[in-house]
Design a protein. Structure first.
Length: 193
């Protein structure tokens, strides 16, 4: 008789890490509340930005803690890519929420005082596990602003492409963003929940 208590076909339990499930639900809410094209434009930029911050040790302890909760018996070298992505999801969704907010994105692109407020809010929501090195602080501030600029550029480009397609093809593209959303969400952890 087979033992079905363990993970099957590469799946793993998130029972000990409910913040990952909450992050997935929040990601779904972001897609419902914000413009889908804006969230899609921000998603990849936020992933890249968060990975760069992780290389600087910004939130290593939180990610490792979640990995230990997901797979406590597995050695670090054998943890799958899906597990690592699941452990990054709560912080990634927090960054995405910040950048998809029109108010905070505007602050990231605004005056020096607005940019300073944006950085304070970023650190408040996602406090670093350890302080960035002195040389990384200017990079962090500059990159946080550049991410907001790239998100705006990407969203504007997607809007232009959609308008070109809509003008060339019969029918309206209102149904397209939900299809794109489903395709993106299908690749995220705990999609079936």
């Amino acid at each position: 008789m087979a033992n079905f208590a363990g993970p099957i076909d590469g799946q793993f339990s998130l029972n000990r890490a409910p913040e990952i499930v909450h992050a997935q639900r929040r990601l779904h809410r972001l897609f419902r509340r914000r413009t889908a094209r804006r969230v899609l434009a921000a998603y990849q930029e936020c992933v890249d930005f968060w990975r760069e911050l992780a290389k600087h040790g910004y939130a290593v302890n939180r990610t490792e803690r979640l990995l230990d909760l997901i797979a406590p018996e597995e050695p670090i070298a054998h943890r799958s890519y899906a597990m690592r992505e699941a452990a990054l999801l709560p912080d990634l969704v927090e960054v995405l929420g910040l950048y998809t907010s029109p108010v905070w994105r505007h602050r990231a692109l605004g005056s020096p005082r607005d940019v300073q407020l944006f950085h304070r809010e970023f650190v408040r929501r996602l406090s670093p596990d350890r302080q960035l090195r002195t040389t990384a602080i200017p990079w962090f501030r500059r990159e946080a602003t550049l991410v907001a600029e790239r998100i705006n550029e990407r969203a504007d480009e997607q809007e232009r492409q959609l308008m070109r397609i809509a003008s060339a093809a019969p029918g309206t593209p209102e149904g397209w963003p939900p299809l794109i959303m489903r395709r993106l969400l299908r690749g995220t952890p705990s999609h079936a929940r």
